[in-house]
Design a protein. Structure first.
Length: 138
């Protein structure tokens, strides 16, 4: 800026445009007890603060509850999101004796649960070979 005498003055002005920052942790999660849940925050923030005290981009969750992540960028702007993690009881099921199930006809086979989330997958195996599979939806 120059006045009537020809004197010039210069100054810098920082204009803060505000913070328009958001994050999305995704949909709420429901898993069977014993399942390991790792929540992941978005990359490239200056700091992370999970409601369970973790300050890493990821958080290992071992019990159900509402978890909040607050992130801060290099300009000091913050964003926050919540995610509900629910641990459900593992399904109970019983197998009844059926003649000639999977062609075993009285010999020993192994029924294994091969998935930890619904729909549940079962595999009947003998000597490492899958004889039959079944899907159970609860």
């Amino acid at each position: 800026m120059t006045d009537d005498n020809g004197c010039t003055i210069a100054t810098e002005v920082f204009v803060n445009q505000g913070c328009d920052l958001s994050i999305d942790l995704g949909d709420d999660i429901s898993v069977c007890e014993g399942t390991e849940v790792i929540l992941e925050g978005p990359a490239d923030f200056a700091s992370y603060e999970w409601s369970n005290g973790s300050t890493e981009p990821t958080a290992l969750i071992v019990q159900g509850g509402l978890y909040t992540l607050t992130v801060t960028d290099a300009n000091g702007c913050t964003a926050q999101d919540n995610i509900l993690v629910t641990f459900t009881d593992n399904p109970d099921f019983q197998l009844s004796s059926t003649p000639a199930i999977g062609g075993l006809d009285g010999t020993v086979g192994v029924m294994m649960l091969t998935s930890s989330q619904a729909p549940y997958e079962l595999a009947l195996t003998q000597n490492g070979q899958v004889l039959e599979t079944a899907t159970i939806s609860l």
